[in-house]
Design a protein. Structure first.
Length: 277
């Protein structure tokens, strides 16, 4: 029923004493620490061809930081940037520092086109009952307020609600459960839209991602097969559009859907909407 923050990553490292240290996660984002004498420079690097938003916090003793100790920024494709510099404060004690780091796909400053009409994420001529609409009291709250759950049998074809580039595709998991931490077992496809938001399709079945990372897809294209993996109590598709925010989180965005029943402004629990223009 929820994504359960499966795209956020955490890193805590103590790297004082090394002339140079690179701390990378999943071949996506690296934080490099370069020591020049007692001076420490931190740099962030994006290793992929998609924008990423990261939050970095430094806790230091006997170091002065040349700006805020916590920053949230977006790196463009394959981009790197200086983050901060640590200067020893003196007093005879060796400085120590620790880096905390999380990231997610997408642009924190993305400006969503609110006039865009999304297609429903299933085949034309089909309809599926809405299990949870916007603001559901069960699990669509806070960051997930504008997500939609569609009641789908396992193996139902899932179609792209909007075109873009596939940034992530996971399909190796087999487990669905409701306990804390079950989100890690989800299969999903994440499509990066041209405005920096992401369309995300969750709980796919094993081997249910039918597109590859880096592939450009068009609206309406078959991209996956629904399932019951991850943080879930029953087979369904969890769909939402997200904007990256702090500490590896993403905030869902309200969108409108085109259907044969007219424009769907706010999907309602229990309703069925017929896909197609």
């Amino acid at each position: 029923m929820t994504r359960a923050c499966r795209l956020a990553f955490f890193l805590a490292v103590a790297v004082a004493g090394a002339a140079e240290a690179a701390n990378c996660k999943d071949d996506w984002v690296c934080i490099d620490a370069e020591e020049d004498g007692d001076l420490v420079r931190l740099e962030a690097r994006n290793l992929r061809n998609y924008p990423v938003t990261y939050t970095l916090r430094v806790r230091a003793s006997n170091y002065a930081i040349d700006g805020p100790a916590t920053v949230t920024r977006t790196l463009g494709p394959m981009e790197s940037e200086a983050v901060m510099q640590l200067t020893p404060e003196g007093g005879g004690n060796k400085g120590q520092y620790r880096v905390y780091f999380e990231w997610t796909v997408g642009d924190k400053d993305a400006e969503h086109d609110d006039d865009y009409l999304y297609s429903l994420p299933y085949a034309d001529g089909r309809s599926y009952r809405v299990l949870q609409g916007y603001g559901s009291r069960f699990s669509h709250k806070g960051l997930e307020e504008f997500a939609v759950d569609f009641d789908m049998p396992e193996g139902t074809p899932v179609h792209a609600a909007r075109g873009g580039i596939v940034a992530r595709a996971i399909e190796s998991n087999t487990r669905g459960c409701w306990e804390d931490g079950c989100g890690r077992y989800a299969n999903y496809v994440v499509i990066l839209h041209e405005d920096g938001t992401t369309g995300e399709y969750y709980h796919l079945q094993k081997d249910g991602a039918l597109v590859d990372v880096g592939e450009r897809v068009v609206r309406g294209q078959l991209i996956g097969l629904s399932g019951n993996t991850g943080h879930t109590t029953m087979p369904h598709l969890h769909f939402a559009v997200y904007r990256a925010t702090v500490w590896g989180n993403t905030q869902s965005i309200p969108v409108r859907f085109d259907s044969r029943d007219g424009i769907v402004q706010r999907p309602r629990r229990g309703a069925r909407y017929l896909a197609g223009d």
